[in-house]
Ligand binder design. Structure first.
Ligand code: DWN
Length: 396
């Protein structure tokens, strides 16, 4: 039985940016109740009301992992590590997005799986074999009948988006060779709790994993985590290296025990921890609204930087609209010229000129703070400030 601990109110679908303003009034946006709960049996945190996958991951999915240098570098580094440490025969990527990782590998040694048509089109055009499909047992069996040995499966920011985790791990176990490795990467629950980054919760993020919950989920498929890496990506992520328990080629690293102990020390296994988190989230909302009110009272021009899915949760929960944020700036081609879901704040194509008009920029993409601060030295030098809600609302 999942125990609810957080209510983030009625929310629109986070990545559904709206077209022309005149359509906004006419279009009936879909809203859902964003509630978050804890499963005390397997220690898994999840949202309580899910949206059908086909509605979220359609032919026009806007998120492109190549929009950040940080992501591209992280993928490049990982690709190097995969080649040097494991030298796989064949790689399968589940949720290949626009090919930011696979472009580092030989076309003959990789298969992409991507349900969003617009993204699958990109990797197909690059010359990579791409299955335009959701990941499931049927597809796993189809691929298995064609490729003899798949010894590396990679999936980043995808498994947390799939409702039926049993089917995910069952199909992965079926297709992965006995000496193969599964590498998954997703936002870390411990970071989310510590940073009060409640914006990790939205319709696409059905789960926010911890090592503890991953262990509990995979053990029945005779899989085990043998190594783990902590990444700064997406506000703090964990990269899990998983193998079949029968595979004795890799020893379980001490890092796995260290991470597990960290999580337990933080009380990730106790419901009371989540109640404390909920209280912090409510304080965060109050503080952020106070900031905005004060700055608007002083006639300051505030904009948004990075029209992220995450910021949709924050803005809709805190009821921040376009009276507060004049517009968002974003580098993604498919987002510019559209409106943020729910709050209907306009998104403009990123330019330094538009940024320099602002006194304050709310960091929707706070997870890329370092990259953004490096890029925006001029804005900062002329007195421009950023606002973030992580870990507590503050002006930087
Ligand atoms: O899991 C998911 C993650 C990986 O990506 C998806 N469900 C959806 C998406 O979530 P997000 O939109 O919160 O992700 P990001 O990566 O934080 O989005 C960054 C946004 O900021 C992009 O729209 C690009 C934009 N951006 C920008 O305009 N200038 C980013 C950088 C670094 C910049 O300099």
């Amino acid at each position: 039985m999942i125990k609810k601990f957080l209510d983030l109110g009625m929310q629109p679908l986070a990545n559904k940016y709206l077209k022309k303003k005149n359509k906004i009034e006419k279009t009936k946006e879909q809203f859902y109740h964003l509630e978050v709960g804890f499963n005390p049996k397997i220690k898994l945190v999840s949202i309580l009301n899910t949206i059908p996958a086909k509605k979220m991951f359609d032919d026009n999915y806007p998120y492109r992992s190549s929009m950040s240098r940080t992501m591209l570098l992280s993928f490049k580094k990982l690709a190097k590590k995969i080649i040097n440490s494991y030298n796989p025969n064949f790689i399968l990527e589940i949720g290949s997005n626009d090919g930011s990782l696979i472009k580092n590998f030989d076309k003959k040694k990789v298969i992409c799986v991507e349900p969003c048509k617009n993204l699958a089109k990109i990797t197909k055009k690059m010359g990579y074999k791409t299955y335009e499909s959701f990941w499931n047992m049927r597809l796993a069996k189809k691929i298995k009948s064609k490729i003899k040995k798949i010894d590396l499966i990679y999936s980043s920011n995808t498994l947390s988006h799939i409702n039926n985790l049993n089917s995910v791990f069952e199909s992965i176990t079926n297709i992965l060779s006995n000496d193969g490795i599964l590498i998954i990467e997703d936002p870390s629950l411990l970071d989310c709790l510590k940073k009060v980054s409640y914006d990790q919760f939205y319709n696409e993020h059905i789960y926010v994993f911890s090592l503890l919950s991953i262990n509990n989920l995979i053990k029945k498929y005779k899989l085990e985590v043998f190594n783990i890496e902590k990444l700064n990506i997406h506000g703090g992520s964990l990269r899990y290296y998983i193998k079949k328990t029968s595979n004795k080629k890799y020893k379980v690293s001490k890092k796995v025990i260290v991470q597990l102990n960290k999580e337990l020390r933080h009380g990730i296994n106790k419901f009371s921890t989540y109640i404390k988190f909920k209280n912090k989230v409510e304080n965060s909302k109050e503080k952020l609204n106070k900031f905005f009110l004060k700055l608007k009272g002083k006639n300051k021009k505030i904009i948004g930087y990075g029209a992220t899915a995450k910021s949709s949760t924050v803005l809709n929960y805190c009821k921040v609209k376009n009276e507060t944020l004049d517009y968002f700036l974003d580098t993604t081609p498919g987002k510019a010229g559209k409106y943020m879901p729910g709050t209907h704040i306009y998104i403009k194509s990123y330019s330094k000129r538009l940024l320099n008009r602002a006194d304050y920029a709310f960091l929707g993409a706070w997870n890329f703070k370092k990259e953004i601060f490096n890029k925006e030295k001029q804005y900062i030098k002329r007195g421009g400030k950023f606002i973030t809600h992580v870990p507590i609302p503050r002006i930087i």
